[in-house]
Design a protein around this ligand. Structure first.
Ligand code: CP3
Length: 352
């Protein structure tokens, strides 16, 4: 778009980078940039009994989404919600237990899946879309708004295990012992995820991200079938409906599988976790898609020169292609907010 004096009214830096442009500085935002490390988040959280009540209250969720934006002026905001709103949508009981994490009604096998789609109740998570619209209205034009969902594989692990797990053995055993049955669950999740991301885009999300946080526990052939292939179906459906909305994929822990993922899933960008060498990502992934990542969240807890050194190494390694700066995983609750401020300064100054 052209401005009055013929100057370009520029697109958000985040969207430029996602379109494959090597920007003057990498745009940045942080996974879990809203959350417990911020005292103002803890104050809002204290107003409600449960975390899910905050996610499903548009006024509170909007406030919490904007808190890190006010403090740190990142290049993108991510709507405050959770990947487990999909099981909520599917009528599974989901509770977040203090100190334990999420607890769900575990699914024992395919026989329990029959009634799932029939019980989908969109009105339950409609507040998430209301939050997206409110946040978009409150954000300056130069900030991009990100919507998200969990990858079907990762959401399936929570539904099958009944929460977090050490080895994901119930889920992994199921996918080998009864792949057809497991495919039924993944198919339900693919459809629900498409509907959920589509609704976030309709409400104002300009980018969407798929968090496949437990992709790393899948063996290569299982990774292709249960991470790459479902992602491809979701991306294709979204691209058909919204050709201009980029999709970021995050197959956390995929290792060498990141290359297959970048080639085979159809995503517009890949987010790399802390274990991926940025030099490898520059050589193998960046020629295919823009790369997002990958500061160690622990370096952000440490702060100071040690953190700055890591930031410089990552930005240099990825400077020859499109790069969005982020962490390799979410901000840890122990992170001093001032360190996030230092990081934001460093990245905005363009001196890294
Ligand atoms: O700022 C943002 O990045 C947006 C918000 C966001 C949350 N969860 C808020 C949240 C996002 C993008 C997520 C994604 C999410 N949720 C993932 C994928 C990313 C990852 O971390 O791997 C996963 C696996 C979940 C599931 C989940 N939600 C777990 C395992 C937990 C409990 C563990 C924990 O850290 O407490 C949650 C709860 C959760 N989601 C919190 C927040 C701020 C903490 C809730 C609280 O206030 O007590």
């Amino acid at each position: 778009m052209h401005g009055l004096k013929g100057t370009c009214v520029s697109e958000p830096l985040m969207l430029q980078a996602l379109a494959g442009t090597r920007t003057s500085r990498p745009p940045f935002w942080l996974m879990r940039q809203a959350g417990r490390y911020l005292p103002e988040y803890r104050a809002v959280r204290a107003k409600r009994e449960t975390f899910l009540e905050v996610c499903l209250d548009p006024e509170l969720a909007t406030e919490v989404t904007l808190q890190p934006v006010r403090r740190f002026a990142p290049d993108a905001a991510i709507v405050f919600s959770d990947i487990l709103v999909i099981p909520v949508l599917l009528g599974r009981g989901v509770r977040f237990v203090e100190g334990t994490g999420p607890v769900l009604d575990a699914i024992e096998g395919v026989q329990q899946l029959g009634p799932l789609p029939a019980r989908m109740d969109a009105s339950v998570i409609a507040p998430v879309y209301e939050t997206v619209a409110r946040v978009r209205a409150a954000l300056p034009d130069e900030l991009a708004l990100i919507g998200f969902a969990g990858g079907p594989w990762t959401v399936a692990t929570y539904m099958v295990e009944g929460g977090s797990s050490r080895d994901y053995l119930r889920t992994r055993r199921w996918l080998y012992a009864d792949p057809e049955g497991f495919a039924t669950l993944i198919d339900v999740l693919v459809e629900a995820t498409i509907a959920h991301l589509d609704a976030q885009i309709e409400a104002g999300a300009q980018v969407v991200k798929l968090f496949d946080s437990w992709a790393g526990v899948l063996a290569p052939r299982a990774f292709e079938r249960w991470c790459i292939a479902p992602t491809r179906r979701i991306v294709a459906a979204l691209h058909r409906r919204h050709p201009d909305v980029p999709v970021i994929g995050f197959p956390r822990g995929a290792g060498a599988g990141y290359a297959e993922f970048a080639r085979g899933s159809g995503v517009d960008a890949v987010a790399i976790d802390t274990s991926v060498p940025p030099e490898w990502a520059a050589r193998v992934l960046q020629p295919l898609v823009p790369v997002q990542g990958n500061l160690d969240p622990a370096a952000l807890v440490a702060g100071g020169e040690a953190m700055a050194g890591e930031v410089r190494a990552i930005t240099r390694a990825l400077s020859r292609g499109a790069h969005i700066f982020n962490l390799g995983h979410g901000v840890l609750p122990a992170t001093p907010p001032d360190h996030v401020g230092e990081l934001a300064e460093l990245l905005r100054s363009g001196t890294v």
